[in-house]
Design a protein around this ligand. Structure first.
Ligand code: ASP
Ligand code: MG
Length: 451
């Protein structure tokens, strides 16, 4: 049994859904459960129209609804030419958008929106895409059954970021998914969507379909989870910066998490952690290149000194120098409370006996942070900094990797350096302008030369 999740781009239109169908056809012997996102971009449009209606711009909201209606009707019609189900699906789509238009009018009248009503709107994307995909599969000879996610994914009532009840899920998958598979059919379910035990629709937060897939896979003790998206997998660097970046065939979960913090947006590892923790491998595949090898993310992939090179620009560095730090206890706590108070998250941290340096990705509250920090000592701010990181679970295992990294970096000024004791990441803070050339040199050193 495997779980195959198709993201928004992999179900964006009839052609994409056709490809998804071919992929599932080829996997039938593995008993796939299919989890789908909304048609690409639909969730954004839904989340955009509701606040517009509440702000009084009903016309704009209704226009967005009509665009969504047309798009869903068009793609469903293209998929279901000659299907006896075509009319039923079209009617379902139309009814859904009629209801949405009524809701938009209600928001306009009320003049406000609650997270609960926002979830009702957002859920439309997956509820429709999953019904369209299930019907398209059937029309292509693949026995598929649509499963209403609101019966399976029972959550708490933290609307817009609801947390599923794992014990419930282990029962609902037995009740609703397993019998379908036993009948030899493919269950198709919308990701991202759930409902409270009182049947009120909820969503799991943006990008929640990966989370749904991971939770369902864990509840079914699946052999594997496949995340079908529009990139080949995780790469050794951001290909926009390093066109020669290579596919990483196998990566550890903690390495993938580290890369995500640098903006690798293939998927957010926290969303797949329920599966990885249970030892279920998570594959990332490209639905436009189904023959590709993809990347597998696993808990226990072998430790490599260097898996990827990451970087980010526009970082701000804050230094606090204070003789009072010498041999004092509780000092760091008080300093970090300043960042907490101003909702500023810190990224790289280094300390010496009488100084503390941190980097900030978001300097929005920098002024208040600095003024509060002055209580502790001299504060200086360095802008135009950037970060490069060499990511690999074995970076500190005694290989040459650290020396090679510094050698490849060359004589650029290093403002901070950090190697965590868990040794997943060697991070260097350098001048912003040096980030791209440094990434290029590091990538060339570790991935473009035959060792
Ligand atoms: N459709 C939802 C979103 O765009 C969930 C997902 O695709 O993962 O956030
Ligand atoms: Mg997604």
């Amino acid at each position: 049994m495997i779980v195959c999740k198709f993201g928004g781009t992999s179900v964006a239109d009839a052609e994409a859904i056709d490809r998804a169908c071919a992929i599932i056809h080829s996997k039938r012997h593995r008993q796939p459960v299919v989890v789908v996102s909304a048609l690409g971009g639909a969730t954004n449009a839904l989340l955009d129209l509701a606040p517009r209606a509440a702000a009084g711009d009903l016309l704009a909201a209704l226009q967005l609804i009509e665009q969504l209606r047309d798009r869903h009707l068009r793609e469903a019609a293209a998929l279901l030419v000659g299907s006896p189900e075509a009319d039923d699906i079209a009617a379902e789509i139309s009814t859904t958008f009629d209801e949405l238009a009524h809701l938009a009018e209600a928001f306009r009248t009320l003049g406000y929106l609650t997270p609960r009503s926002l979830d009702t709107v957002a859920a439309v994307g997956e509820l429709l895409s999953s019904q369209i995909v299930a019907a398209a599969f059937r029309h292509r000879g693949l026995p598929a059954e649509w499963i209403d996610a609101r019966k399976v994914m029972i959550t708490n009532d933290l609307f817009t970021r609801a947390e599923p009840d794992i014990d419930e899920l282990s029962q609902t998958v037995q009740e609703f998914l397993v019998p379908v598979m036993t009948r030899g059919a493919v269950p198709v379910i919308g990701g991202f969507v759930g409902a409270t035990s009182a049947h009120v629709t909820t969503t799991l937060g943006r990008g929640g379909s990966d989370y749904s897939a991971s939770l369902i896979g864990a509840a079914l003790a699946a052999e594997a989870i496949e995340i079908w998206t529009d990139v080949d997998g995780m790469l050794t660097a951001d290909p926009r910066i390093i066109p020669r970046a290579r596919l990483i065939e196998r990566i550890r979960f903690d390495e993938a998490a580290e890369l995500a913090s640098f903006g690798a947006k293939v998927l957010h590892p926290s969303t797949i952690s329920p599966a990885v923790q249970r030892g279920i491998p998570v594959y990332v595949f490209n639905s436009r290149n189904a023959a590709g090898k993809g990347t597998v993310i696993a808990h226990d992939a072998p430790r490599h000194p260097v898996r990827a090179i990451a970087g980010k620009r526009n970082t701000t560095l804050v230094n606090v120098k204070s003789a009072r730090m010498l041999l004092a206890h509780g000092f760091l706590r008080r300093v970090f409370e300043v960042f907490e108070r101003h909702r500023t998250s810190v990224d790289v941290v280094t300390t010496s006996e009488v100084s503390l340096s941190v980097t900030l990705d978001d300097p929005a509250n920098l002024e208040s942070v600095v003024s509060d920090l002055m209580e502790f000592g001299d504060v200086s701010v360095e802008r135009n900094r950037g970060v490069v990181a060499i990511v690999g679970a074995g970076i500190a295992d005694g290989s040459r990797a650290l020396a090679d990294a510094l050698g490849a970096l060359g004589p650029v000024p290093v403002h901070m350096a950090s190697l965590s004791a868990t040794g997943i990441n060697f991070t260097l803070v350098i001048d912003d302008a040096e980030v791209v050339p440094a990434m290029q040199r590091l990538h060339a050193k570790f991935f473009e030369t035959e060792a």
